[in-house]
Design a protein around this ligand. Structure first.
Ligand SMILES: [Zn+2]
Length: 172
């Protein structure tokens, strides 16, 4: 996905972290034209021209007001992998995404939920060995904190088109 512009909530923090709230340059231009956002920063050498307008592509936009959300962290397969940093929570080895699976600590057949507190990253071998047995992961699973997410995000930091983004994403 093209990540041209970082979209901030009215409080100056990203609208969401996982996935990171990034939008394409076209959406960024549209939003600034209808003035529903505040332009924090523009890309230095990136100008778009049409017969009627010429403008710099925004690099960072902020919503005019704060929109509260219940959670910045969406429960999903890839976010669980990210929380556990691609480490099997039973043998503690690191694996590629394709060799990992999600494991219900309390099995579904025993009414274990599909939640942050009951789902962990497991390699396929451990997942099969565990089956429906009562084995606990090495680390108790919890909903990831913001700092944990930020740690996860540093992995893909190199993809940011603008160094200035760091300041908004990694603020404490
Ligand atoms: Zn394992």
């Amino acid at each position: 996905m093209s990540q041209d512009c970082l979209l901030l909530n009215g409080n100056g923090r990203p609208l969401s972290y996982l996935p990171l709230s990034v939008i394409t340059w076209k959406t960024a231009i549209k939003l600034s034209i209808i003035r529903s956002v505040i332009v924090i920063k523009e890309h230095k050498d990136w100008v778009v021209r049409s017969p009627s307008i010429e403008m710099k592509v925004p690099s960072i936009l902020m919503l005019q007001s704060y929109h509260p959300f219940h959670s910045y962290v969406k429960f999903s397969r890839s976010n669980v992998f990210l929380r556990d940093l691609y480490t099997c929570q039973y043998c503690f080895d690191v694996f590629e995404k394709k060799d990992l699976t999600l494991d219900h600590v309390v099995p579904k057949c025993k009414k274990g939920g599909t939640t942050w507190n009951n789902v962990v990253t497991a390699c396929k071998t451990c997942n099969i060995q565990k089956g429906d047995r009562d084995i606990r992961p090495k680390v108790e699973p919890i909903k990831p904190s913001l700092s944990r997410l930020i740690q996860g995000h540093q992995i893909s930091k190199i993809n940011f088109p603008d160094r200035e983004w760091d300041k908004y994403i990694f603020q404490s």
